[in-house]
Design a protein around this ligand. Structure first.
Ligand SMILES: [Zn+2]
Length: 341
């Protein structure tokens, strides 16, 4: 099946993409944040956000500079500590100040490479995903989003269960959205008592249960988040029951480590690994990731089994040029009999 035929073959099937800090770091390394601000990981967050003075003298963390260890230790000693609130304020202000550059970033590629039938679940506090969706939402239907740890751009209306940009109003009751609480790294995470987080996790778990194709991009499944991996594992079930489902991992750590980390999810050889977004299914078969997966594993014909990739060029000067590249794909979707749900 050649590239042209691949563009025209449109049907459905959910693709779930899970994002961690590594995705935002990869995006900012390739296309720097508009003011050149770095994207922190847990290992350098204290230094980058700049609150070393607040963490001095925390006993029991063995002088660690890992934010997860430092925060959870302080929280264990005194959950009401003023220094915790000060750290949180600094973190929220830092992430809130981040802006995508005006040129195409990995986040722009990502949101345009999926469809409304797909879901991106993110653990990230930074605004890149929201901002990328925001600048393309007039152009085409975009994937749905679940913010698993809250997000600096997102507010919530608990009355109507709606979410939207902080500073705007709920479309149902017209009251301002309440900013979502960022979920910090404490040992006992609580994914159920906050109504916003509960609804995001419900949507995510439901999706994971039925997903045939899952991409995990830059998410390290940290030790401090055992609970998240447990919830995911429960929704996914045993790898033996998922022997036709495929997991793809985009990460800079070694393949051995990845195989180990996701052992509870991966069935024998049913996984792909790459350290580069542009080698992933998302970049090789944009907006046709599910179709390409079906053709690879359950081809209806010999032609289907050999599908030519439709790799997206890695360089575009403007967002307009990037969007232009997608028009043939989007046109084929609007004229196809299949309707995205
Ligand atoms: Zn409302």
């Amino acid at each position: 099946m050649n590239r042209e035929e691949g563009i025209k073959r449109v049907y459905g099937g959910p693709h779930l993409v899970i994002l961690g800090a590594g995705a935002s770091i990869a995006s900012a390394l390739r296309d720097p944040e508009v003011n050149g601000k770095p994207l922190p990981s847990m290992n350098n967050l204290i230094e980058i956000v700049g609150f070393a003075e607040l963490v001095e003298g925390i006993s029991g963390d063995n002088g660690s500079s890992n934010f997860e260890l430092v925060y959870s230790k302080r929280h264990e000693l005194d959950p009401g500590s003023a220094s915790l609130r000060q750290m949180e304020e600094k973190i929220e202000a830092y992430f809130n100040s981040l802006r995508l550059p005006p040129t195409p970033t990995i986040y722009d590629y990502l949101v345009l490479s999926l469809r409304r039938k797909d879901l991106i679940a993110t653990f990230n506090w930074d605004p890149f995903l929201y901002d990328a969706c925001h600048r393309h939402h007039d152009f085409t239907d975009l994937p749905r989003i679940a913010y698993l740890h809250g997000n600096v751009r997102i507010g919530y209306c608990a009355e109507d269960h709606t979410k939207g940009l902080n500073g705007t109003n709920c479309s149902k009751c017209d009251l301002p959205f309440i900013p979502t609480r960022l979920l910090y790294p404490v040992l006992q995470k609580d994914y159920t008592s906050d109504p916003f987080l509960r609804s995001e996790w419900n949507a995510f778990s439901k999706f994971l249960k039925h997903a045939k194709l899952v991409t995990i991009f830059g998410y390290g499944a940290p030790d401090s988040d055992v609970e998240a991996v447990d919830i995911m594992s429960k929704a996914w079930g045993s790898p033996n029951e998922r022997n036709l489902d495929q997991i793809e991992v985009i990460d800079i750590v070694s393949e051995d480590e990845i195989r180990n980390r996701w052992d509870r999810f991966i069935h024998t050889h049913h996984y792909d690994y790459t350290d580069n977004y542009f080698q992933s299914r998302l970049a090789m078969f944009p907006r046709r990731t599910f179709e390409a997966y079906m053709h690879q594993f359950l081809p209806a014909s010999i032609e289907e089994a050999f599908q030519e990739p439709n790799p997206i060029p890695t360089e575009f000067d403007t967002l307009g040029q990037l969007r232009e590249w997608f028009t043939a794909l989007i046109e084929a979707e609007t004229t196809s009999e299949f309707e995205d749900k």
